[in-house]
Design a binder for this molecule. Structure first.
Ligand code: PHB
Ligand code: FE
Length: 346
């Protein structure tokens, strides 16, 4: 049976396969395959890659994904520490964040797998899972491939093991404590600190606002050119936390090509399209049955409901503001129906 709406993903009874409780604290032994790549295990999963594909195996099943798609999704799952709710790498494989532990699943949100009891899910220690995923990302990403870059701005990840791209895969996600550019906070981006204007944002004005603070308030009153800041982003589909007020986090991001994950929400997210255009495919979070398509143009605002999965497509590089609410109580409030999955009724 599929999960009732609003039930937390964690509470879905796993009728086909016993729910694993593997909380081992150590990664297991690592060997190299004939292509020169590490074969890794995590709980009862094993992961390997060849020249074109990532292979995932678990007791009772296996799956493969093109390795470019897999690495782009893995990069984000690692950098975002499993994000909010569900990160579907594709229609079969992914993770559910329980903020401390993580479910690593195959077929859990796939109606076909569920109807045949072929799904598999294992609840794992979040740090162990992240450490294993990081090792995989570092080893499987070869020289010249940057999983965070737009496809046009990077090389290909195919072929036998050849070098690495340590700088790219260990990038830290920008997380402002209060606001970009404030004293002791994450800096604004400039040519001098290595962030040049992206080829598609050459027309974005680079002037900075003047701030005239009263004496004594120099560290409190602040402004920066948000568009100029975004025009200098070197990554795609990677919301960075740029301004924070209590649980409200403004997370702008620049997008190009396809969001490499299909995100299943555990709370409402607000999107403000700042430039260009993104096409969103929106489906039921648990079954994947299509629900809507939204084409967002500059100035459009939308609230993505708490019970959907979504994937965005940006034909050219665009600027998107994602407004997240980090309140840890939200998933439970939505899961138990105390909050409606949509924030507004027309
Ligand atoms: C989302 O899943 O809401 C999301 C993720 C990454 C982005 C934009 C939106 O860059
Ligand atoms: Fe989302």
């Amino acid at each position: 049976m599929l999960a009732a709406k609003n039930r937390p993903a964690a509470a879905i009874p796993c009728s086909g396969v016993a729910r694993g409780k593997h909380m081992a604290s150590k990664a297991q032994s690592i060997k190299l395959n004939e292509h020169g790549y590490k074969v890794l295990t995590l709980g009862r999963y094993s992961f390997s890659r060849d020249e074109y594909f990532a292979h995932i195996r678990w007791p009772g099943g296996s799956h493969l994904m093109p390795v470019d798609r897999f690495l782009r999704a893995l990069m984000r799952d690692v950098a975002w520490n499993f994000f909010y709710g569900i990160v579907n790498f594709d229609e079969v494989f992914g993770t559910v964040n329980h903020y401390g532990t993580v479910d690593v699943f195959a077929g859990l949100f796939n109606a076909g797998y569920r109807s045949q009891n072929k799904h598999f899910v294992e609840n794992l220690d979040g740090e162990l899972a992240r450490a294993t995923f990081s090792q995989m990302l570092e080893d499987w990403t070869i020289e010249g491939f940057d999983p965070f870059a737009a496809p046009e701005e990077t090389g290909l990840p195919f072929g036998p093991k050849r070098g690495n791209n340590q700088r790219a895969v260990t990038r830290k996600r920008v997380v402002a404590q209060r606001m970009v550019g404030l004293k002791d906070d994450t800096p604004v981006r400039t040519d001098a600190n290595g962030y040049t204007v992206n080829r598609q944002f050459a027309d974005v004005a680079q002037d900075e606002p003047q701030v005239h603070a009263e004496p004594g308030f120099e560290d409190e009153v602040h402004a920066f050119n948000f568009f100029a800041y975004l025009s200098r982003s070197d990554v795609t589909w990677n919301p960075s936390v740029c301004a924070v007020v209590k649980d409200a986090m403004l997370c702008p991001t620049t997008e190009e090509f396809a969001l490499p994950v299909i995100h299943g929400n555990d709370r409402v997210e607000w999107f403000v399209q700042l430039s260009d255009e993104i096409h969103w495919e929106i489906a039921d979070r648990d079954t994947g049955v299509p629900r809507a398509r939204a084409v967002m143009k500059p100035g459009d605002v939308c609230a993505m409901p708490a019970d959907i999965r979504h994937q965005g497509f940006s034909p050219k590089r665009s600027m998107l503001l994602v407004w997240e609410n980090g309140d840890a109580k939200l998933p439970e409030l939505y899961a138990t129906g105390q909050l409606k999955p949509h924030p507004i009724e027309f």
